[in-house]
Ligand binder design. Sequence first.
Ligand code: NOJ
Length: 591
Amino acid sequence: MHWTKSIAACALALILGLMATAARGQSAQSNSENLKDWWKNAVIYEIYPRSFQDSNGDGVGDLNGITQRLDHLKELGVDAIWLSPIYPSPQADFGYDISDYEAIDPLYGTLADFDRLVAEAKKRNIRVIMDMVMNHTSDEHKWFQESRSSRDNPYRDWYVWKDGKGETSTDKGEPPNNWQSDFGHSAWEWDAKTRQYYYHKFYIKQPDLNWNNHKVHEAFKDIIRFWLDRGVAGFRFDAITTLFEDPQWRDDEVLKDKNGQPFKNAYGDIALNDTMTNNLPEVHSVMQEMRVVADQYKPNEFPGARVFIGETYLPNIAELAKQYGTPEHPEFQLPMDTQVGFINKLDVAQFREKLNDVETRIGDNVPLLVFDNHDNPRLDARYGDTLHNQEIERAIATILLASRGTSLFYYGDEIGMKTTQPERVEDVKDPVGRTGWPRDKGRDGERTPMQWDDSINAGFTTGTPWLPVPPTNATVNARAASDDPYSLLNWYKELIQLKKTNPVMAHGANVMLDPGNPKVLSWMRQTAGAAPIVVSVNFSAEPQTVNLSGGNSGLKAGSVKTLMKSPAGSDPSSLDHIELPAFGVYIGQVQ
Ligand code: NOJ
């Protein structure tokens, strides 16, 4: 390493260390009050356990592996980890097909390993959030095994069964309607033994539960209690908007082009608007019931208030706002805002509009911003331009962590891991990629092993990794990044420290600035009685200069103190003249 770099690295480590100590001191003082609100300005980190750290050499990540890596998360400054499903599962959808909700898949370890992870995480002030899949189970779950065994089995009505159209004793007829699986083709699967179709919004091996059956509600309340009793801090509710289906079983609308021709999707099916199977209003009362269960747990003791996060891909802010429920009947504290993070192009006007929406149209609730997860190509593929990917990822991290609210990011984002798609269909592991190949190569590309170092298996496993380690690990890895003061990893750490230690950053409102600027997104964080903070992010490959004084901001030209800036950036002499390099970022506090 270059000497000046190494001196800068030591200085940065020292500053981050001092800031972390200050932050810990602050949280120690007001611990019990903060516990109930821990999630309001939190940083949540998604772990895909198969791919994070393998501890036993079988090539698949596991719970003990996560425990070994907790210090990485502590240094990063995260408040909670969300684990995608670790329950026993045939792994047809890598854990989203659950066959037992109250145990751990041996691939990942044991309940004792889980308890140890929760305890070790607690020592580092990190909470554990489970994935909760209530829309469907595995077809190998005992409930479904019972349900499909005969039409009069007591579990028959736990799933969605229906006669085919035109079915006779010798002919299965046609599926009951045109509903499609999100994983391709009809959502109805014929069951020869009991001569009916069952409904599956996702894979054939993921039959949907029938939420019109109250016994299903009670079963999930028990499951939720089981995990809350073990000390988990909450749940991320999977596919929650798809719990209910149209009670009249009406066809979904066919999407057509301007010539009246139906669109085809990646699976070669006719594209549908799935309003009959998505975002039905009945889901609200289910979430209210579940919140009553979670709210019985003491919010003033670690892990604090138990939090519900929603996987809420919704069409607009009004629908998102409904997911919070009301103060009398709360639902999610943190439904994901997928409108900002999945714009999928660096369009300043859209970002401004969507960030403004979530600031002004969800009442007193807290936004949960998210840009990335295990179901979407990574940030490079959706926002990168190949030439400036690292600067673009720095810009996105800034929007995520310097906006008001809670921030959720995906393992590997902090080091700029890239999407690495399989090259041959025979290498594809994800059922989505096998059905969609080659138009949809599936989700393996964003699930490759965490790149800890530049060794052959990236420090992930001593065995053969379940998905290949991308060759980028030679340069993109956590070890190299932590030694480089200008790395994305250190940018994440600094942003998180700022979010935690600066009160204006922690809770100040977001006010959009310079609203006509087509190249630069600027906003101000503002609380009464404190100097505002300004943030500018250049969305273009050309240097830009912005003037943040005047206009709606009420800010006057004058000095501003730099809090963070891109490596190639400079300190402005005044608020009316902030220079930004290509995709550069500036954060400063008005003096
Ligand atoms: C959303 C999950 O994130 C995804 O990975 C899964 O395949 C579907 N829900 C079905 O559970």
